[in-house]
Design a protein around this ligand. Sequence first.
Ligand SMILES: NC(=O)c1ccc[n+]([C@@H]2O[C@H](COP(=O)([O-])OP(=O)(O)OC[C@H]3O[C@@H](n4cnc5c(N)ncnc54)[C@H](O)[C@@H]3O)[C@@H](O)[C@H]2O)c1
Length: 393
Amino acid sequence: MIIGIPCESYPGERRVALVPAIIPNLTKAGLEVVIESGAGAQAGYLDDEYSAKGGRILRERAEVFRAADIVVQVLCYGSNDRTGQADLPHFRPNQTLVGFLRPFGARETLHEIAACGVTTFSVELMPRTTRAQSMDALSSMATLAGYKAAVLAADTLPRIFPMLTTAAGTITPGRVLIIGVGVAGLQAIATARRLGAVVSAYDVRPAAKEQVLSLGARFVELPIEAKDAQDARGYATAQGEEFYRKQRELLGDAVAANDIVITAAVVPGKKSPVLVTKEMVARMVPGSVIVDLAAERGGNCELTRGGETIVDHGVTIIGQFNLASTVPYHASQMYARNLTAFLLNLVKDGNLQFNEGDEIHRETLLTRNGEIVNARVREYLGLPELAAESKGA
Ligand SMILES: NC(=O)c1ccc[n+]([C@@H]2O[C@H](COP(=O)([O-])OP(=O)(O)OC[C@H]3O[C@@H](n4cnc5c(N)ncnc54)[C@H](O)[C@@H]3O)[C@@H](O)[C@H]2O)c1
């Protein structure tokens, strides 16, 4: 079987789906790898390095799609809503696509992908089990986004993070508040702490408290309790507007007391809750910084403008998308390892062997034989359950 890696086409995307060092793991399993020339260049991986590890460089994008049995991408059509559609004519039935497909995104887009007949596996749907942990690309990218959010905030703030006692006087440490302590939030805490800030954090899931404390940050307790805050997969559940209103009221003082607020509070498949209002921003000290990691999903701050950095009331609000792509070398390395673990689980004796009994296969499979087959996604789209025979191999 041939694995194909086209160049990423989303404007500004710098990652690549596979890195040279991982190719021997795939060739050992009987897979051949073809790469579009220049696919890794922006992440720091050159054509020669791919060739040296056994990859075959192809000049044309179309050639990669023609040659590949399995196409692997970072942003496939779905998550690439700008240029991804242009890839659709390249796909054919009996071909497989693996990558970020935004399974809880636009209905029309999902139907268009399904209609190509290509079998797709969406990395966002990876189950949260110990066995699937090495394949969890969402967590890898969230880790990097959390790191980058803290670094961006430190770079933007007109103050420094660490406390300094010098002959020129004492400098008090920067104060950072993290709202939403999932994978990204935890890495933001760790990074801000390493830079010397005093960090506090809040999350709706009570389970987050222990993790916050273990990283040396303070947990902000609010006198409200969410109903069934966490679902079986460990994700936060959506709460009613009255709950969010109370949250905003109670978070006001904590936001005003910090120089930096990093928000990363998301609920899968839903618009992100607004937790920082414009009134709360107005209470922050001028020069303060908000990095809104939920910007792509509507934003946790009322003033966030998706993909932009703005200044309001003297506060800089960063709503940049896709922060993982700004550290493309390591983002590609982590993604490539996640994908390779997934591919090696899917491919047996050099052939793709879909096993309905394996939850990793079953839960990540998005489209097949012209249909959206994933049970969670069908439920999200309001489509009827499929009969057992249409789901199978
Ligand atoms: N394989 C695994 O077992 C595995 C893999 C990844 C993550 N996890 C765990 O799952 C949990 C969620 O991680 P994630 O990064 O996917 O989360 P996520 O990206 O879905 O959400 C980010 C955070 O926002 C929080 N949030 C949502 N609404 C909120 C609100 N109104 N106020 C405050 N916070 C709010 C969530 O509780 C979550 O912690 C974490 O505990 C993480 O460690 C486990």
